[in-house]
Design a protein around this ligand. Structure first.
Ligand SMILES: CSC[C@H]1O[C@@H](n2cnc3c(O)ncnc32)[C@H](O)[C@@H]1O
Ligand code: ZN
Length: 425
């Protein structure tokens, strides 16, 4: 890893509260200064960024990164068939080695497309933690618990979650946090969810769960418990400022008010919701009601990539066409969903280019046809940019991508290993 302690990013267009041209000084892992008075002598490394846009690193608030190995598996299916017939039978064959290979492939893809932090739930998570530590990015990682209402299974799942806390919480210089991650209200018993809530609160951790993803899930919970999924989770004490609910597609107006009152974050996953034909989440209503709303890619086999630039654009377009109102999801709101709202959800002091924030910074090329002209740089970032326009990425003050070359990872070796791991799976 590059051992630089100070970096001057010279003259980029900066996407902050205002869009302005200035220089950024990074010292250790923080943004020390943003000003026009900085010069080359102020830092050990100087990056000429006059033809770049500097923006905060993107925050992917719901994914399963090792599912990169399942790219292309189970296209054209609804969620439950996709899980039962395509995904779960393959996941039964996962091993430490396979999860490590899939996670490493995801690190390459995320760094090269501008993601500096992600929120994950999956299996063999110590392997994902190892990949994150080596890559240099940030992550909140949870062992994905499913008990299918079985007592013995519940105890084993909680034991695995506790082991992950011990092995990985606050590791990698604080870049890795652990979260408690029961899979969903229709695959986890009430006891498992309640014990998850307690485990999260005892250890001051986030709680990350799939909720209200499909109409089938809502019907099932209503039949079983006589209420909708978020109301049901509220009776279990699972809704708080530390909760990140993935999907929230079929949320009722009453539930939206409840989420706002409880301070819950919703992670919206537009590609996955469209690909699995789950539905359209009421994102415009979430924002209107002050719900902290963020963006995720979900796993690669329901997306089929980890490019947060395309998720941003899809988020905005989907809401505009759904409401037949072009004024919903203003460009700035969509951008905030993919950056500062995600940082807030995960409780990390990043997501904005401001002095004192952690130095998670992405430099995007502007000297490419689809970024010209640059009338409104923020608009180009949300609607025109592609993940492949990311030129440089800094996370925690370290340069992980420089002129599109990874500095911490051997890209070709990782691709080759992932290819053979996918064949085994
Ligand atoms: C318990 S670890 C995570 C578990 O979730 C599966 N999964 C991936 N995407 C989704 C989704 O959109 N809804 C529900 N479950 C999903 C993943 O394959 C793992 O089994
Ligand atoms: Zn998911």
């Amino acid at each position: 890893m590059t051992q630089t302690t100070s970096i001057l990013i010279k003259d980029p267009i900066i996407i902050a509260d205002e869009v302005h041209r200035n220089s950024i000084l990074v010292v250790d892992n923080k943004i020390e200064e943003i000003s026009s008075k900085l010069n080359d002598n102020d830092a050990e490394v100087v990056i000429d960024a006059h033809d770049k846009i500097a923006m905060p690193g993107l925050v992917n608030t719901h994914t399963h990164v090792a599912m990169t190995l399942l790219r292309g598996v189970g296209d054209d299916q609804a969620l439950q068939t996709w899980l039962n017939d395509y995904i779960w039978p393959r996941e039964a064959n996962l091993t430490d080695e396979l999860v490590y290979a899939g996670s490493r492939l995801a690190m390459v893809e995320m760094i090269k497309t501008g993601t500096t932090m992600f929120n994950d739930m999956y299996f063999y998570m110590q392997q994902t933690a190892k990949a994150v530590e080596e890559a240099g990015i940030r992550a909140t990682l949870g062992y994905g618990m499913i008990d299918l209402f079985d007592d013995e299974k519940r105890k084993q799942e909680l034991k695995n979650a506790k082991e992950l806390i011990k092995s990985s919480h606050n590791t990698a210089d604080g870049r890795i946090k652990v979260a408690i991650t029961p899979h969903a209200p229709n695959t986890c018993s009430a006891e498992l969810i309640q014990e998850s809530v307690k485990l999260a609160s005892d250890n001051n951790l986030k709680l990350h769960i799939h909720v209200s993803e499909t109409q089938d899930e809502v019907d099932l919970i209503k039949n079983e418990h006589g209420m909708t999924p978020f109301k049901y989770l509220d009776t279990l004490g699972a809704l708080s400022e530390d909760t990140i609910a993935a999907h929230g597609v079929w949320t009722t107006p009453d539930e939206i008010k409840l989420l706002s009152e409880r301070g819950v974050t919703v992670s919206h996953n537009p590609s996955s919701n469209m690909k699995l034909a789950s539905g359209i989440a009421p994102v415009a209503d979430y924002l209107e009601n002050g719900v902290n709303t963020t963006i995720g890619t979900d796993g690669v086999s329901s997306n089929n990539n980890l490019d947060m630039f395309s998720e941003m654009k899809l988020t905005a377009l989907m809401q505009k066409v759904n409401t037949l109102n072009p004024e919903v999801l203003k460009t700035r709101q969509t951008f905030n969903m993919a950056t500062v709202n995600g940082a807030k959800a995960l409780g990390v002091n990043t997501g904005e280019l401001k002095e004192g924030k952690l130095a998670d910074i992405v430099l995007v090329d502007t000297n490419v046809a689809h970024m010209v002209p640059l009338i409104d740089p923020l608009s180009n970032i949300v609607y025109a940019a592609l993940g492949s326009d990311v030129n440089t990425l800094i996370c925690d003050g370290k340069i992980l991508l420089k002129d599109k070359q990874l500095t911490t990872l051997n890209e070709q070796e990782i691709i080759d290993e992932a290819r053979s791991a996918a064949l085994q799976l």
